[in-house]
Design a protein around this ligand. Sequence first.
Ligand code: SF4
Length: 331
Amino acid sequence: MEFPEGKRYETFVGYYRRKYGERLQKLVLDAGFTCPNRDGTVGHGGCSFCDNAAFHPGYSTPGKSLSEQIDEGITFHRVRYPRASHYLAYFQSYSNTYASLERLKELYLEALSHPSAVGIVIGTRPDCVDDAKLDFIASLASGKGLPGWRRTLKDGRVIDSPVVVVEYGIESCYDSTLARVGRGHDFECARKAVEATASRGIETGAHFILGLPGETREMLLDQCSAISSMPLRSVKFHQLQVVRGTRMEKEFSERPEDFLRLGLDEYVDLVVDILERLRPDLSIERVAGEVPPRFVNETPWGLVRNADILHLLDARLEERDTFQGRLYASR
Ligand code: SF4
């Protein structure tokens, strides 16, 4: 099996580079949303692992307008990716479809009006979408809801519809896990949201946490068939990082035996095993998370950056002479 760019799995960066001819850099935005699992609509305490403060960079704070956040984000990323010229406005914090349709229209259109923005990525919960919201998002994805919108890519191509991705936090395919972490929705809710989104032609992504309490290595491998069966374009995985001050920190100190605690080497092997079981055309956007050390209760792997983990993953795939989807066809 051949994957582009010499890889043994389908990378998300590569997918966009092939499609648009350049790297599209995500800029994290905080549009001031909240979450129904925090404001009492679904629950009060949030998911047991959640502390949104741990997950967003300094330039994205809700006191600033979206345009300011995008401008500051571009300046921030220019140091690391000096060749990037187009950006995806990433509505990341909390549940970014949890507002009236009118409010969502204002926010998404403001982000897409920035001259360097070629798209938006909307992170949300599966229970925070409905037909009207998805229809509107689909109208943005097709360009019909944005008459006159144009961007010229680096290679000179003109696009008249933006990149539009809805990214769902699914976290686990097991209802027992979702209940234990206080998620407030089940896996069926996630599956239906993914299907409703993808069926409208919207690129759909999902996020999963590896190592939530009660989950074993076998469970993480078994859920690959459920992940692959959904019409997802991309997936993100990250290892459970226990954030200080969360309910999960308490649970972790009381019942450490319920948590899968893998060394870095074992984790890389787990990711390889997962890749082998996934649909080969699923883009892999992330295989590990990077919560700043000051937020987490322990850093068992030391200060390893995502780039280091990706190098280890490439080497392990090579060593095991395997690739994404190797065990998918035979399932
Ligand atoms: S749904 Fe997201 S924002 Fe809301 S509590 Fe859970 S992890 Fe936090």
